[in-house]
Design a protein around this ligand. Structure first.
Ligand SMILES: [Fe+2]
Length: 458
């Protein structure tokens, strides 16, 4: 029955609906990175700390950002040592860099880990008397954090617009989240030019992470605000539509290094390898998909879809997929998006008839019929679908998610999971999910272990 959990979620649902809308400033479009100095000037800020990772700090766009800041009279401090699954120790070093350089704001540049590191450091700076572990949970910061511009270079974690920072405890390896509205970055810059050179496996994993955000948020109906279902549906549509093309373009770029990854930037025309990639993807995606895709536009759509999914799950939360994925990341360093990609179809299938109706509604709301093939039955004249039709639509959607995983070279199972750690993982996952996440099916430890057995084939 789960009376306590459902009662908690009912109360939280009322609270979520009263939560004021985000006041985040959004700058979006290819080339929008150049607007960063202007955003700082509006706030009278002079000394940013750029928090990023080693790969990003070697890119051309990183140099462009540093140059634009310098030309505006700002000498940025740089912390470029963020690793995947940022630990409490690493965040301590970010805080030291911020303080020792006399910084007055953050620029978080990169994927989810880089943004998580900056956001967690900002939380700790706002509450100097507390450890990061003490700030874990919901609304434990409640204080003004330093001004932050978030610039995602993957599509994506959605972290540029969320109120959460996920951190790994350096001692226990447990991942935990700090959730507080003050952690939502003050501005987000969505520049698809920055995602052009990503490796294909990163495109695949981060894209499936964004899809998981949108689908888990869609299923968490008790927390929905008025715009949440629309955000989820738009995100699901655009990810399922554009991710295969962007992935194939990334693969084509890896196979043909002589061809530029971005095509002709003056016209937005795709490079030769990308056009070929688009045609290849078209064959497996949908009969009605365009014969070729403007890759710059496709990347921008994917980045914006990731942002929409981030906004949706900031309100509606994620679910059991994420709760279990976090344990895989914390213990085995399985990339977050990859863990979600593997778990998503397994858990949707495990939910069974509880999600047939909402998943069928998602297929219709997101206009996915043409992406799922022509065998999808249409609703009756009144729009109502029978149970069998709901089941069929839900199964078709799950099958398509599996197919996307396969086509993008993502695994179906993880061989590194150890059975002796099932108890620990089940405890962590249920602690994260319950009672906060208003999931369609509440999982206890045995449910988590059943899923772990499936994805590890133990
Ligand atoms: Fe995620």
């Amino acid at each position: 029955m789960h009376i306590y959990e459902r009662g908690f979620q009912f109360g939280m649902g009322i609270g979520m609906k009263l939560m004021p809308a985000s006041k985040q400033k959004l700058v979006s479009g290819p080339g929008s990175l150049t607007e960063v100095p202007g955003l700082l000037a509006e706030q009278g800020l002079e000394k940013p700390l750029i928090v990023t990772g080693p790969r990003v700090s070697k890119t051309d766009f990183f140099q462009r950002l540093a140059r634009a800041l310098k030309e505006s009279g700002r000498e940025a401090a740089i912390f470029n040592e963020v690793e995947p699954d940022p630990s409490t120790d690493l965040i301590g070093r970010v805080i030291s860099a911020y303080e020792s350089n006399g910084c007055d704001c953050f620029i978080a540049l990169g994927g989810g880990s880089n943004m998580d590191a900056a956001k967690a450091a900002a939380a700790a700076l706002a509450r100097p008397g507390k450890t990061l572990q003490q700030l874990g949970g919901v609304m434990k910061v409640r204080s003004k954090t330093p001004y932050m511009i978030a610039i995602p270079t993957t599509a994506g974690t959605g972290s540029e617009c969320t109120v959460a920072a996920v951190v790994t405890d350096s001692k226990t390896h447990r991942k935990f989240a700090i959730n507080d509205p003050c952690l939502c970055p003050d501005a987000a810059v969505l520049d698809a030019d920055l995602t052009a050179g990503l490796p294909s496996h990163v495109v695949a994993a981060t894209g499936m992470d964004a899809l998981t955000h949108a689908i888990e948020a869609w299923l968490n109906r008790p927390y929905h605000k008025r715009g949440t279902p629309r955000q989820c549906a738009q995100a699901v549509h655009d990810i399922m539509m554009y991710l295969p093309f962007v992935y194939e373009a990334a693969r084509a770029g890896e196979k043909a290094p002589a061809v530029t990854a971005t095509g002709d930037p003056s016209t937005g025309a795709p490079a030769a390898a990308e056009t070929q990639a688009a045609v290849t993807a078209t064959a497996s995606v949908a009969e009605e998909a365009p014969a070729s895709v403007d890759m710059s536009r496709a990347r921008q759509k994917l980045l914006e879809a990731s942002y929409l999914a981030g906004q949706a799950f900031t309100v509606a939360c994620v679910g059991n997929v994420h709760a279990i994925a976090h344990t895989l990341g914390g213990l085995y360093h399985i990339p977050h998006g990859e863990a979600n990609a593997v778990l998503l179809p397994v858990i949707l299938e495990d939910y069974g008839s509880k999600v047939w109706r909402p998943l069928a509604a998602l297929v219709r709301e997101a206009r996915l019929e043409h992406l799922l093939g022509s065998t999808v039955p249409q609703g009756s004249a009144t729009g109502a679908l029978h149970t069998e039709q709901n089941e069929h639509l839900a199964e078709t959607l799950i099958a398509r998610i599996r197919q996307m995983n396969r086509e993008m070279g993502l695994p179906e199972t993880f061989s590194q999971i150890r059975e002796e750690e099932f108890d620990q993982m089940a405890a962590w996952a249920t602690k994260e999910a319950n009672p906060l996440y208003p999931v369609p099916v509440i999982y206890g430890p045995e449910d988590v272990k059943r899923i772990l057995r499936q994805v590890s084939r133990i």
